[in-house]
Design a protein around this ligand. Structure first.
Ligand code: AMP
Ligand code: MG
Length: 440
């Protein structure tokens, strides 16, 4: 039996081999539809954004150097030459008129040429005419150059890197791309996942009355609902009984459709009706691992078809299925699509918890920010048939293979219930740090 770490290496190898074929040819999508997709190539800024110097406040555009001696006692007095609103064309003045006066200016309006700061309307005394238009102002404290000033290209400089190939796109990318006028984006095609449930005891979840001995198929709807958020297209091929010949026929049909990944649930353990390993072998797949030292999900199987899909034979218990998706299928998809590899969070265990020796455990847990930092509570109800504790959890706590108990206060690995492996397009926070200090 291999360890989870060894299984991950095997998955990575299989995915890396398939990556060149998989990554060929991008798909172009409208940016409104790109969230969750993986960027095909680097994007650099085709424009400077903001496209022109503009005001971040409602107030008056002035030349900061004139204000250095302004005090409450001796305020600087300036005439107001006019008013500029957002959407107005920029005012261009020529020397020597430049900046000897002030312009009323609204947020987002272009700063008149030669001016370098904006004093907020709340910070000046204003004399207005009968219509309310400002005529003169008094400024009572100095301004610094570029105060309340948004410079051209300060957000995105022309040619600046916006996002790197492999980034999983978020709504925030949509905002950036829209401001840059990039209304379409090239993304990697979505991996195609074929799903089959096995189990003679299974009926559709839509079935109201259960005949004796039957249960509803809960994991197919779960996977169908969850897989799109992993950036894949999922097709459900139905539920088959524990009759290998039925599955064999369906497998041939699935292979003809050329999916990237096949997921089967159930029938991979050592029971009399656990036919999946043999059926796959008969169909020509090579088994890479069968049984992993984990709980839940120990009977898990992984096979490869040469020049064809990989197959995850996932154990049927619902929580084993969720763990297989999170800790086997998801890392495989990361490696296949070249997106950022998810790393665990670290948290202190709130209460000691038992575990089986020699198995890495993925247990339902509650993660929270405590006064001393991140904390995690391993919940009761860990058996893999028990779905109800999942509804109380927001994370998976990971216990290492060694030992039969993890003590309170131990720092352990934690993964949020759903992946958060968004890529910032760089390896460090430093290179994506804000460009300047400040609040507005
Ligand atoms: P198996 O892996 O086929 O031995 O199934 C293990 C347990 O999971 C059995 O109790 C099955 O009834 C249950 N099970 C298998 N498939 C599903 C499914 N799709 N939905 C809910 N329970 C399932
Ligand atoms: Mg079964």
């Amino acid at each position: 039996m291999i360890t989870h770490a060894q299984a991950l290496e095997t998955l990575k190898t299989a995915a890396t081999q398939r990556r060149p074929g998989f990554a060929r040819g991008p798909e172009t999508v409208a940016i409104e539809n790109c969230v969750g997709r993986v960027l095909f190539s680097d994007i650099v800024s085709p424009e400077a954004i903001p496209p022109f110097d503009n005001s971040s406040m409602d107030g008056f555009a002035v030349l900061a150097s004139l204000t250095t001696k302004a005090t409450l006692r001796e305020p600087l007095h300036l005439e107001v030459s006019g008013s500029i609103a957002a959407g107005d064309a920029p005012i261009t003045q020529s020397a020597p008129a430049i900046a000897a006066d002030a312009w009323e200016i609204m947020t987002g309006a272009p700063i008149p040429t030669g001016y370098d700061a904006v004093v907020k309307v709340e910070d000046v005394e204003v004399k207005r005419d009968k219509q309310g238009a400002p005529q003169e102002i008094w400024i009572s404290k100095p301004l610094t150059a570029r105060e309340n000033f948004r410079g051209r290209g300060e957000d995105f400089a022309l040619g600046q890197s916006v996002a790197r190939a492999g980034t999983r796109l978020m709504p925030e990318h949509v905002m950036a791309l829209a401001s840059l006028g990039l209304h379409q984006v090239a993304v990697r095609r979505k991996p195609r996942v074929a799903l089959v449930s096995t189990g003679s005891e299974l009926v559709a979840h839509t079935q109201k009355q259960l005949a004796p001995g039957m249960i509803r198929n809960s994991t197919a709807p779960h996977l169908i609902a969850a897989l799109p958020s992993y950036g894949v297209e999922c097709r459900f091929y139905g539920t088959v009984s524990d009759e290998p010949r039925v599955f064999d026929r369906l497998l041939a049909e699935i292979l003809a459709d050329k999916p990237d990944v096949i997921l089967t649930t159930g029938a991979v353990s050592a029971g009399k009706y656990d036919f999946i390993p043999d059926s796959l072998k008969k169909a020509g797949a090579t088994t890479r691992f069968h049984q992993v030292a984990i709980r839940p999900g120990k009977p898990g199987l992984f096979c490869e078809f040469e020049n064809g899909p990989v197959v995850f034979g996932i154990p049927g218990n619902p929580v084993s299925t969720a763990v297989a998706l999170r800790f086997f299928v998801s890392p495989y998809l990361e490696a296949l699509t070249g997106s950022a590899v998810e790393v665990p969070l670290k948290a202190q265990l709130v209460k000691s918890a038992p575990k089986p020796e020699k198995l890495r455990c993925f247990f339902k847990a509650q993660f929270r920010a405590g006064p001393q930092g991140a904390e995690v509570l391993c919940l009761g109800g860990q058996p893999s048939f028990m779905v109800s504790p999942l509804l109380e959890s927001n994370a998976w706590v990971v216990f290492p293979e060694g030992g039969t108990r993890v003590e309170q206060g131990t720092w352990v690995d934690v993964f949020p219930l759903h992946p958060m492996n968004y890529s910032f397009g760089s390896d460090s926070f430093a290179s994506s740090a804000p460009k300047q200090e400040g609040c507005c």
